[in-house]
Design a protein around this ligand. Structure first.
Ligand code: KIV
Length: 259
């Protein structure tokens, strides 16, 4: 008998019980989404990181809801089996009503779930989204939408009070029904504590190996954004180098009279 295909939500919720690490990547365009989906990734995020690696902005604070809606529509065309998550950009989830209205638009654009940054301050919005039937993913630790107030990308959980708040946030987020929590730039021991304190998956980025899964910006995995490579990124390809090489080869071909 053929194994029944798991829904994208079941893949996420069953991974921990099966002792399987979740694999998550960002995608912002159709071909990347289709390739990453075909490669068997569990979760594809249309992250507001697109502001930096797609649009060339200095950080994610210039990303608008219209940007994410457009890229979600584009990416959805390429996704067949992964869970497609769309990021709420800054300013698009200020109050619960706005979060619900914009969450519905993101789902309408093709997302299965939405992700928002923040911990204890976001519980009301997460509950409102749950009550509206919109699946959510949490995101705690370093919050890129606050990079300007914080004056850079800082590791979180270095003091015991900060660590305790992170653990408490994760437990509270789980209570609102989030299906997974992204842990960004968190001291590895604290990320492990969080993972042990909750039953839903934690998906780490710069948070050590003891999370239930890992998420990366696709450009950091394939080496296509050489101008900024975060310390935790380990490129597995050199797409930037290959692009330069291919263009040089094309130039030679043209110079030699090819049409
Ligand atoms: O915007 C994004 O790509 C993200 C991931 C880095 C987690 O939020």
């Amino acid at each position: 008998m053929a194994t029944p295909t798991l829904s994208p939500f079941d893949r996420i919720s069953q991974a921990r019980a099966e002792g399987r690490k979740l694999l998550a990547l960002t995608a912002y365009d159709y071909p990347t989404a289709r390739l990453v989906d075909e490669a068997g990734v569990d979760l594809i995020l249309v992250g507001d990181s697109l502001g930096m690696v797609f649009a060339g902005l200095p950080d994610t604070t210039g990303v608008t809801l219209d940007h994410i809606l457009y890229h979600t529509e584009v990416v959805a065309r390429g996704v067949n089996t992964a869970l497609l998550v769309a990021d709420f950009p800054i300013g698009s989830y200020e109050v619960p009503e706005q979060a619900v209205a914009n969450g519905k638009r993101l789902i309408g654009a093709g997302a299965h779930a939405v992700k928002l940054e923040g911990g204890l301050g976001q519980l009301g919005k997460l509950e409102a989204l749950r009550d509206a039937g919109i699946p959510t993913v949490g995101h705690i630790g370093m919050l890129p939408q606050r990079v300007r107030e914080e004056g850079g990308y800082k590791k979180k959980g270095k003091t015991s009070s900060e660590a305790d708040i992170l653990v408490e946030s994760a437990i509270s987020l789980q209570r609102t029904g989030v299906i997974a929590i992204v842990l960004e730039s968190i001291v590895p021991d604290v990320a492990r504590r969080i993972t042990e304190a909750i039953t839903i998956p934690t998906i780490g980025i710069g948070a050590g190996n003891d999370c239930s899964g890992q998420i990366r910006v696709i450009h950091d995995v394939i080496g296509s954004f050489p101008w900024f490579v975060p310390p935790f990124a380990r490129p597995h390809a050199d797409v930037a180098g290959e692009t330069l090489r291919a263009v040089a080869e094309f130039r030679n071909e043209v110079n030699q009279g090819a049409d």
